[in-house]
Design a binder for this molecule. Sequence first.
Ligand SMILES: [Zn+2]
Length: 472
Amino acid sequence: MRIAPVVTIVLASLLVLPVGGVLAAEVDPTTLARIRDAAMGSDWAYQELADLADTVGPRLTGSRGAEAAVTQVATALASVGFQVRLQPVTVAHWVRGEERAELVGYAGRPEGITQKVVLTALGGSSATAAEGLSAPVLVVHSFAEIEARAAEVRGRIVLLSVPFDQELADNGYAGDAYSQGGEPRFRGPAVLARLGAAAALVRSVGGVRYRLVHAGATTWPKDSPLIPAAAVTVEDALLIERLAARGPVTMKLVLTPQTLPDVQSHNVIADLPGREHPEEVVLVSGHLDSWDLGTGAMDDGMGLTASLGAVALLKRMGIVPRRSIRVVAWMNEEDGGRGSKAYFASVKDAIAKQVAAIESDFGLGRPLGIRAPVDATNGEALAPVLEALRPIGAGVLDRREGHAGSDIAPLQDAGVPGFAPLVDGRHYFDLHHTPADTFDKVDPDAMRRQVAVLAVLAYFLAEREEPIRMGR
Ligand SMILES: [Zn+2]
């Protein structure tokens, strides 16, 4: 009587129902549990993050910090026995300059009074003259309003003020809140430049009000004129709006960033070689570069070092999966994605060997499960991963379509299934790209859980005989 259930359990762990008429060997659940538990007992990744955030700090593409991060990550991987490869990536080198602004004219201004505006230049912004520029301010709230008032744009400093929808973020749609609230920053400056604006300002993309600037990239199409572009704090955007409601507003703006010659930089890559198909690869990744106002502890120090931690853990445990697990530390995610493009160019002719790609780049919240834009059948095949992660509260599968990470987007577009930890993102955009993105914000427990999710998922994807596919 006692033997039968044991046999059933053993069979259930070794076999799954026929897939395409073949009995596929399943991944051993005790190994998945062992990996999870080892991750929950290790602070290796947390220590790596402390080193990265506190001793290197800001890692703007092209900067000394970015290069120091390349060295630090390569050294950390070598120290646990990996052969490390530096993949050359040519990157733009934009440097922040002076940045200040004040409202020097507005209705009701007492003699001798000006109002300070807290702002930060957007990536790739061009400069004002060293002494700055003074111009009337136009406030708009949408792209439709820009179009409607296009005739008023020329020669003005235009503030495109669109709120971040924190309600969306609070309800599990932080990524949607960011893509909607961020669109004015991504596209607005180039639209305004084409209409002859003297400068473009956007409202910081974030859900809380601590008068913090949120830096970030904006897109300049090839033929676009370049103008000074900056993000103002939410509070300052609202101040400008209130004063504009009283009458004409004039701003004095000083922004002196520079674009220096391109720099040779690198992605850092290391493989845990597979035992059966070493040429087939499962990526685990995060990005090396960061914005420069904080120390990039959460964006993306946490995702990067959790990825390093996951592969280091598997190596320390002596685990050798069927396929190779490759850790990639991407350069230049924030402002151009050239690391992602360089990697894709190097593998695109043998894209079938890229079996899966995981990216962790969604901040410091607690992982809730797996984000996997795959069809229902492939989603069901992930059940052993979710089961292994359920004891740490990370057993949810989110199959919503879309890119699981921006660096792996080209791989996904070429048919490689993309994955990410599903993370509580409610507060990610509070401090995202601000001076407050620092190490003290990182919870060591959330970090262990991130490593557990990445290590269990990566091992499963590399070990499972039949690869998980997108299936749509
Ligand atoms: Zn990031």
